[in-house]
Ligand binder design. Sequence first.
Ligand SMILES: CC(C)(COP(=O)(O)OP(=O)(O)OC[C@H]1O[C@@H](n2cnc3c(N)ncnc32)[C@H](O)[C@@H]1OP(=O)(O)O)[C@@H](O)C(=O)NCCC(=O)NCCS
Length: 199
Amino acid sequence: MFRLHSGRAGNVLRKSKAAHDAGEAAIEVLPMHRRHLKGVIAIERRIFPSPWSLGLYLSEISQPATRAYYVACAGPEVVGYAGMMVVVGEAHVTNIGVATEWQRHGVGRRLLLRLAREARQRSAQHLTLEVRVSNVGAQALYHEFGFVPAGVRKNYYSEVSEDALVMWAHDIDTDGYGLRLDGIEGRLRPVRGPDPPEK
Ligand SMILES: CC(C)(COP(=O)(O)OP(=O)(O)OC[C@H]1O[C@@H](n2cnc3c(N)ncnc32)[C@H](O)[C@@H]1OP(=O)(O)O)[C@@H](O)C(=O)NCCC(=O)NCCS
């Protein structure tokens, strides 16, 4: 992911009693605001070796003309977040993260869907991102959204001495890409509640 380093319409699933009884969680994808940042930073610190600072998030969300940041919430709890920078027809996914106990429950897919739709609304033609070469799980998610590898940035993640795979999804402004997103949305399954804490 883009490590700015060193080197609403929300998507609402309302929780019915039946869903509650089935152990499902209502996940809302909402624009990121200052009040979410405590939760965002807490996740960021747990899942990334070089977490973004509060100041960096504040700077990013203060530039709505070229940035779009979202959080995924289960009730009041932030369980994931994602953002991008959109400049002259290109949308660059800068960050995406999901709390460990909520990973692999479809939260990342919902966040990326929101970003891809927003990129289209802002007339972007292409989406790009960086991902650690070893992060095959994230790459599988990106592949679902039409991202393909386009090159490698050597030692991009210098803090862990790892290369970045650069991925692009092209022609996201086409009807075909819109249909891809509709397909992903149509296949969304209800989100289960969090995994139990590891002992
Ligand atoms: C990568 C990340 C954002 C994905 O979010 P998520 O909510 O866990 O992903 P989802 O549950 O929406 O997964 C959607 C699909 O992506 C793929 N996928 C996601 N994580 C995977 C994993 N660990 N292994 C294999 N496939 C994975 C699967 O195809 C999955 O679909 P399936 O569960 O129906 O098989 C999240 O795992 C995370 O925060 N990881 C740590 C930080 C990170 O690596 N961020 C990305 C930096 S580029």
